[in-house]
Write a protein that binds this ligand. Structure first.
Ligand SMILES: Cc1cc2nc3c(=O)[nH]c(=O)nc-3n(C[C@H](O)[C@H](O)[C@H](O)COP(=O)(O)OP(=O)(O)OC[C@H]3O[C@@H](n4cnc5c(N)ncnc54)[C@H](O)[C@@H]3O)c2cc1C
Length: 560
């Protein structure tokens, strides 16, 4: 059995040029298409089992749905309700699996995932009893876990936890626990761990088509590296389609006769200032007029509210928060809050497409079972992993690589990802930020951020200050992001443009559009310093990104 393996590559630098050169000259066992949670999970699992694996992402790692989730590792209280109402054993099994997985995912990256208390306000005694019983079943299904059990709260206790709740008609509340995680940094941690185990990862590489042998079996993937418009042919024994909502596109590229299996539903969040609900407890609004749930979660220095759930057409365009979404979400928040929140208070917003596996085309998206399936296309040999959710990414990867191993080796070895700590997790200490702040003479809010985002790698960011003391300065007065952090992620984490850097590596775009605009030029200069591109290129990048953020603001209803 493979125990947690030490990270071999101490420099932990994801090197794009080296990886492109490997793609040009080497042949692989597995080629994975798609660099969201599922594809990255497959790359890590395959590398740990000794496969030579390459992963191609057409945009940036986790740029699609995997950085736009509600950031919960959960069994899904909504699915549990459906399971109870319909006495659906399959749904019970799914909730149970996801609840077990919560434990493993928190353990493997405790710096990026922690338990979160969620409070459901109850407005009648009957509601209180109904939710309390439901959540006891949730606890029971979770079995032995690293999260506390649910509890019933009196009105007074509920208001002590969340004083901002509207107390009119409030009777009681129920408190329960789920996992809360930084989805984007978690995805990057999987990527960096996979890279350290020998997986070859590439972002900004678009799929063009496949080559086949005389029997029609896939032998190569034709791709275009989109920064320099250079074409490559990737040779591999097996091809894995992990493109989430876009799975049908790759399936039909491999086999034009393949029937569609995916439906997508759009979900958006809005982001508010944290001081509107400054405590550590989240709120679950259990029922909207159209039968959804809405979460209000403390998230970094913000309050995250979401999500909507609307069946839609597949689109490559980034899903943006629209003015109507703001009105919809605030309508419910204001129903449950004692102080009205106005659209002008929105700091940012983001959305994604849920990759829903088609169960029965006549069903609506809300009642679809969100489980996953590994499909082997008999004609082309393409392996597609479809459906699932963030919480089950590791199980999805396991099932996929089990199938690949069975095909390539005729046998299945033990999957090691349940024991594999992600980069930054080994010997991580929650309070180490205090020691780091003292050691480097910088504020605790800076080291707390670094300790959370990079785990034990935070020290490497801070060591840069020893070489160049100016790197201790924040990118703008009062920001917890220091210049050293920007340089560190630019050098080690393969961002290719300003959006990769500010949205995925630093997380700024997702939390504050105005601040993103304000610091864009400073961040671009730091990036230029590290990557040595021209000033013309720097200006081009800024103009492009500025336009995009302004468009996000306009779409959300801000007058520009
Ligand atoms: C609003 C919302 C909230 C959610 N909240 C939660 C939650 O709280 N907890 C939870 O467990 N789950 C949640 N989910 C579900 C979860 O986010 C997704 O199931 C998961 O992120 C899907 O990951 P993926 O890797 O399969 O897909 P994606 O993250 O979409 O990754 C697919 C990747 O494939 C790439 N790609 C596509 N086509 C090509 C191509 N031709 N060539 C190369 N690359 C390509 C894309 O660019 C993309 O990066 C939520 C989903 C939504 C929409």
């Amino acid at each position: 059995m493979q125990e947690n393996q030490p990270i071999e590559n101490d420099s932990l630098t994801m090197n794009r040029l080296k990886n492109l050169s490997r793609v040009e000259h080497e042949e692989f066992d597995l080629c994975i298409i798609g660099g969201g949670a599922t594809g990255l999970g497959c790359a890590l699992d395959a590398a740990l089992r000794g496969f030579k694996v390459v992963l191609m992402e057409r945009d940036d790692f986790a740029s699609a749905t995997s950085s736009k989730s509600t950031k919960l590792f959960h069994g899904g209280v909504r699915y549990l309700e459906q399971a109870v109402k319909k006495l659906d054993m399959e749904q019970f099994r799914m909730v149970n699996k996801a609840l077990n997985e919560r434990k493993t995912l928190i353990k493997n990256a405790p710096h990026l995932a922690q338990p979160l208390a969620l409070l459901t306000p109850c407005y009648s005694w009957w509601e209180g009893i109904y939710y309390a019983i439901g959540l006891k079943i949730y606890d029971w299904l979770a079995g032995k876990t690293n999260l506390a059990s649910s509890e019933w709260l009196s009105k007074k206790a509920a208001l002590r936890r969340v004083p901002q709740l509207n107390e009119k008609r409030l009777k009681s509340a129920v408190l329960y626990f789920d996992g809360h995680f930084d989805d984007t940094r978690y995805a990057l941690a999987i990527a960096k761990t996979a890279d350290s185990k020998g997986a070859v990862l590439l972002n900004h590489v678009e799929t063009l088509g496949f080559t086949r042998n005389t029997e029609g079996v896939l032998t190569g993937l034709q791709v275009r590296e989109t920064l320099n418009d250079e074409d490559y042919l990737i040779k591999a024994k097996l091809f894995v389609n992990a493109t989430g909502p876009f799975s049908d596109r790759i399936r039909q590229l491999a086999n034009p006769k393949a029937a569609t299996r995916m439906r997508v539903s759009k979900g958006v969040h809005l982001v508010l200032p944290r001081d509107l609900m400054p405590g550590d407890t989240a709120v679950l609004i259990p029922k909207t007029d159209d039968g959804r749930v809405i979460f209000m979660l403390p998230w970094q220095r913000r309050l995250l509210v979401g999500t909507t759930d609307e069946e839609c057409k597949l689109t490559e365009k980034e899903i943006a928060l629209e003015k109507d979404d703001v009105a919809y979400l605030l309508k419910y928040v204001n129903r449950y809050f004692n102080k009205e929140i106005k659209p002008e208070q929105v700091k940012s917003g983001f959305g994604g497409l849920r990759p829903l596996l088609q169960a029965d085309p006549s069903e609506d998206a809300k009642s679809l079972v969100r489980d996953h399936e590994v499909e082997v296309d008999k004609t082309s040999g393409l392996i597609s992993i479809m459906g699932g959710k963030w919480t089950t990414y590791r199980l999805m990867a396991k099932d996929t690589i089990d199938k690949c191993e069975q095909i390539l080796r005729g046998d299945i070895s033990e999957c090691a990802t349940d024991k594999q700590l992600l980069i930054g997790a080994e010997n991580w200490v929650k309070d180490d930020y205090k020691r780091l702040a003292r050691k480097f003479g910088i504020p605790e809010y800076v080291t707390r951020r670094l300790n959370r985002r990079y785990g034990t790698e935070a020290i490497k960011v801070l060591m840069m200050i020893w070489k160049d003391p100016t790197l201790r300065h924040p990118i703008v007065h009062g920001s917890p992001i220091i210049k050293a952090e920007v340089l560190y992620v630019t050098i080690h984490e393969m961002p290719c443009n300003l959006k990769d850097l500010m949205s995925r590596r630093l997380g700024l775009e997702l939390t504050d559009w105005q601040q993103t605009l304000d610091v864009m030029s400073t961040v671009a200069s730091l990036m230029q310093e590290a990557l040595w591109f021209s000033s013309t290129e720097r200006e081009r990048m800024i103009a492009l990104y500025q336009k995009e953020i302004i468009e996000f603001k306009r779409t959300a209803g801000f007058e520009i």
